[in-house]
Design a binder for this molecule. Structure first.
Ligand code: GLN
Length: 469
């Protein structure tokens, strides 16, 4: 059975640490109850899938890879997860991630996700030694990306706030799609930065992406930021291929950063040469002057929203609650402090602290308001290249070099990287973006690139991708 095969693969490659918790028994039971007739009629019916552990699934642990939520069972199911269940998908587990989606290594309280390509390269090595050789899978949705890339399942959900779907997709070698802001409901997806957060999808081909979007998009009264107009189903990839219009693709100068390795730069240039030769594509250099400020604006704005969002984790209504209470003198603040000290990593607490600092009355104008202006500038830059330079989409790197090992990451532990410049722009402006695998590097890692399209031109973007890939 399809579910059994997925479970076997997940168990066999446990060393990759892709799951935070599983629903193997329930999945097998659900599969038993499927009728063959329904299975044949719907391509999603009976499909084993995985969802990032920041999506609520009723009665199942939803941990965000944090000690804070280690014992939290969601009381309800997220809208898009429910729609996948209704389409016949079978959830086999929740995937590993960075704590509360902060980071690029998918390394929360359950330890790091391993890059499947490390395993592919290593032969005759026992599990313990292999563990020491693993490279990062990217993040924060690395468990989902690794599981799809390694063919454990064909579809997985992630979330993308500043690149958390596109980054691990590029690192692991699969498709990672972050749609336009407002296309997919965020209801039941635990918020990191509400104004940037978008659900995202991992697959190994564009057909599965389209199938998944068609199953989950559409109005939802539970998410006020969702587009209210009815969703028009995306056409299948064969339909999309009939569109023979010549495509103009923009290459932003600002994304050609120093850190971009020569191999990754060549990968992009080679693709440009190849596509130009087909006669169907033209390329154009374009400028996004605000891009150089986008990492700063992202850091500040995300921290501010995080500070506000995380205030719900006080350990009173749900989540971790300290046992170390001195009834005679501890105030509410003392209990709150102990609860958070015990259950949130330094990284998460640091982000909350930074956000509260930026939001202090004397800093508000200097940081928050100024970053909002940059956000507007970034958005206008994109609008300008799409409207005035008349490019259909942009082609850009996702990361600038091969992944480092877990050991190296431990030394350098950082949430933000220079590479964020490639990804955060689409979140600041709410644009659709698709990371896709292009080639394998000399050291044996996948190199991914991304397409970024105009707001709500999601179908057109997938159509272009379909012609490229
Ligand atoms: N590195 C980004 C951050 O920590 C990733 C966020 C995301 O997309 N979830 O903010």
């Amino acid at each position: 059975s399809a579910v059994r095969t997925a479970i076997n693969a997940l168990q066999r490659y446990k060393v990759l640490n892709t799951l935070t918790n599983d629903c193997f028994d329930k999945a097998l039971e659900t599969e038993q109850q499927l009728s063959n007739e329904q299975k044949n009629n719907s391509p999603l019916y009976g499909r084993p899938i995985l969802i990032k552990d920041n999506y609520c699934l009723q009665d199942i642990y939803t941990t965000c890879a944090s000690k804070m939520l280690a014992n939290f069972r969601a009381p309800y199911t997220s809208t898009i997860v429910q729609r996948l269940i209704d389409s016949g998908c079978i959830i086999v587990g929740k995937t590993n991630m960075d704590e509360f989606s902060m980071g690029v290594a998918s390394w929360g309280v359950f330890g790091p996700v391993g890059n499947p390509w490390s395993v592919k390269k290593a032969t005759n090595i026992d599990e313990e030694n292999l563990k020491k050789l693993l490279h990062v899978a990217g993040g924060s949705s690395g468990g989902s990306a690794a599981a799809v890339a390694a063919n454990f399942v064909s579809i997985a959900l992630g979330s993308d706030t500043g690149g958390s779907v596109r980054n691990p997709a590029a690192r692991c070698g699969c498709y990672g799609f972050k749609p336009s802001y407002g296309l997919l409901s965020r209801y039941g997806m635990i918020a990191l930065v509400n104004s940037f957060d978008s659900p995202g999808i991992f697959t190994r081909n564009i057909d599965d992406l389209i199938l998944t979007i068609n199953a989950i998009a559409g109005p939802d009264g539970e998410d006020a930021t969702l587009l209210s107009k009815p969703f028009e189903r995306f056409q299948s990839s064969t339909e999309l291929l009939k569109d023979k219009k010549k495509i103009t693709i923009g290459l932003p100068d600002e994304y050609d950063i120093n850190k971009l390795s020569s191999e990754y730069r060549s990968c992009l240039q080679d693709l440009v040469v190849q596509l130009t030769a087909t006669g169907e594509f033209t390329f154009k250099r374009v400028q996004l002057p605000y891009a150089s400020y986008s990492n700063a604006a992202y850091t500040i704005l995300s921290s501010c929203e995080i500070a506000s969002n995380m205030s719900r984790y006080d350990g009173i209504k749900y989540g971790h609650h300290t046992n170390n209470i001195d009834e005679s003198k501890d105030t509410y603040e003392d209990i709150l402090r102990k609860t958070r000290d015990e259950s949130l990593s330094e990284r998460v607490r640091g982000r909350i602290l930074a956000g509260n600092y930026y939001l202090l009355e004397e800093n508000y104008e200097k940081y928050f308001v100024q970053s909002q202006r940059v956000r507007r500038g970034v958005t206008n830059d994109y609008t300008k290249v799409f409207e005035e330079d008349k490019v259909d989409c942009l082609l850009a790197p996702v990361v600038s070099d091969d992944p480092i090992t877990h050991a190296e990451y431990e030394q350098s532990d950082t949430i933000f990287t220079d590479d964020d410049i490639f990804t955060v722009g689409a979140n600041l402006a709410g644009l659709p973006a698709l990371s896709f695998p292009v080639q394998v590097s000399s050291k044996g890692f996948p190199i991914g690139l991304q397409l970024i399209g105009p707001f709500l031109q999601d179908q057109a973007l997938l159509s272009i991708a379909n012609r490229i890939c």
